[in-house]
Ligand binder design. Structure first.
Ligand code: TPP
Ligand code: MG
Length: 448
């Protein structure tokens, strides 16, 4: 199972702790006693327990291409398609994430949006994986994968529209929390706050792709989740489903060290998330999630295997959540400031790739300045614009929640709001002000 992993380069992992080291997967003696009629497992006379999926009794290795300073490591291969243009596009998209994060984090602090989640530190995992996929592969994200949409051309105006919930928000007509994107055109399924629900959904989507003659062998389902979400039963349900149906689904675990305040070391006792793949008979690889070229190679190969075999593949991307969990969190309550400062510098995914680009003669400090200036300007303009756009009509609150005819409960809620608006909408100031934010000041509902 892990043959392909073993040949890759090894680096010590600080995030993956646990006991799975002492007892390696057993090496079976050459002369075994045959096997049971119901199994191919060789019969042996030596009593041996095991607690590792590698026969070398070590942790599962981590694949990387660039070292911490952006230099190619011995024997590593640069992705085939890595032209200068493609590398620039990767770099630009990586830089766009912190540009948006810097602004929108502060905008939330000013009370202009209700919530925000940053991607700080995970830019290589998110952009590298997005770049390895076909644009019409079906993506099911957690909430930290806005970069996948940006890579597919979503644009900063759509990000702002969704975060502000204005009438240009196509993700959910302003009815979702910020960062809960969705885009049928870009094959990005709407984010759900409820952790891990996307994982079994993705196995189902993979299966549906396989059943569709026009997409079989052409597209995969891709699911992102944190190492914390992988503690949910839904992770196991999704993996089992995808491995037994089987379904062409790429499982990407972002192991960023934390599930809000719970460190990864408290989420599992074994060798991280990757150790679980072979348990489900799923091809698995662990990759340095701060190395965009390693992520690109690993996801490309995972996708190829997935399409070829019609089966699931699991990737564990090792990274570090540099930012707070979200705007609802202060991570210095449970981790040291120095740890975070150090992790910003060690293996920084953006710096590492910039150094690589510079070494190829593809990037300069002037271009760096120009890019940062341009991205900041674009993001600021989009923000200013979004602030002035009205919300959808208030009656949209009740539209297309379900397909088909409006069910009784939605009708009841709509009528109740309409009667309250009639009573207080124009006379009570807080409501009058709030209604002023909507496209028609709620007039459509008044008419009910
Ligand atoms: C079922 C469920 N339980 C708890 C939560 C609260 N919650 C939101 S995010 C989160 C941590 C998730 O951590 P992880 O999966 O590692 O993702 P990360 O935020 O690190 O990217 C928790 C516990 C939730 N949204 N849903
Ligand atoms: Mg996490």
């Amino acid at each position: 199972m892990l043959r392909s992993v073993r040949s890759l380069h090894i680096r010590s992992q600080t995030l993956v702790k646990g006991r799975g080291l002492a007892n390696a997967a057993p090496k079976f003696p050459a002369q075994s006693q045959g096997h049971l009629p119901t199994s191919n497992s060789p019969l042996v006379s030596k009593l041996q327990f095991f607690n590792s999926v590698t026969s070398e009794s070590g942790q599962i290795p981590t694949y990387r291409v660039l070292d911490g300073m952006g230099k190619l490591i011995d024997g590593a291969e640069v992705p085939d398609a890595l032209s200068e243009d493609f590398a620039r596009r990767l770099y630009e998209n990586m830089q766009l994430l912190p540009t948006l994060d810097n602004l929108l984090y502060n905008v939330q602090r000013q009370g202009k949006i209700s919530f925000y989640v940053t991607s700080y530190g995970e830019e290589a995992t998110i952009i590298g994986s997005a770049a390895a996929l076909a644009p019409d592969d079906e993506v099911l994200g957690q909430y930290r994968e806005m970069g996948v949409l940006l890579w597919r051309g979503f644009g900063v105006n759509s990000v702002m529209a969704q975060c502000f919930g204005n009438q240009e928000d196509k993700s959910g007509k302003g009815r979702q929390m910020p960062m809960h994107f969705g885009s049928p055109e870009l094959h990005f399924h709407t984010i759900s706050s409820t952790l891990a629900t996307q994982i079994p959904h993705a196995a189902g989507v993979g299966y549906a792709l396989k059943r569709d003659p026009s997409r079989r062998g052409k597209n995969v389902a891709v699911v992102y989740f944190g190492e914390g979400a992988a503690s949910e039963g839904d992770f196991h349900a999704g993996m089992l489903l995808a491995s037994t149906i089987p379904a062409p689904t790429v499982f990407i675990a972002r192991n960023n060290g934390f599930a809000i305040s719970t460190p990864a070391s408290e989420q599992f006792y074994g060798d991280g998330i990757a150790a679980r793949g072979p348990g489900y008979g799923v091809d698995t690889v662990r990759v340095d999630g701060n190395d965009i070229l390693a992520v690109l190679n690993a996801v490309k190969e995972a996708r190829r295997r997935c399409l070829e075999s019609g089966r699931a593949v699991l990737i564990e991307a090792m990274t570090y959540r540099v930012g707070h969990h979200s705007t609802s969190d202060d991570s210095f309550a449970y981790r040291g400031r120095q740890e975070v400062e150090d992790r910003k510098k060690i293996d920084n995914p953006i710096t590492r790739f910039r150094l690589f680009m510079e070494s190829q003669g593809w990037w300069s400090s002037d271009e760096e300045e120009e890019l940062k200036r341009r991205l900041k300007k674009d993001v600021l303009e989009a923000f200013k614009r979004a602030e002035g756009v009205k919300r959808h009509q208030l009656k949209e609150l009740f539209s297309d929640v379900y397909g088909g005819q409006e069910p009784w409960n939605i009708k009841e809620q709509r009528e109740e709001l309409a009667s309250l608006l009639k009573k207080y909408g124009e006379v009570w100031e807080p409501w009058r002000n709030e209604l002023g934010n909507f496209q028609d000041k709620g007039q459509e509902l008044f008419k009910e």
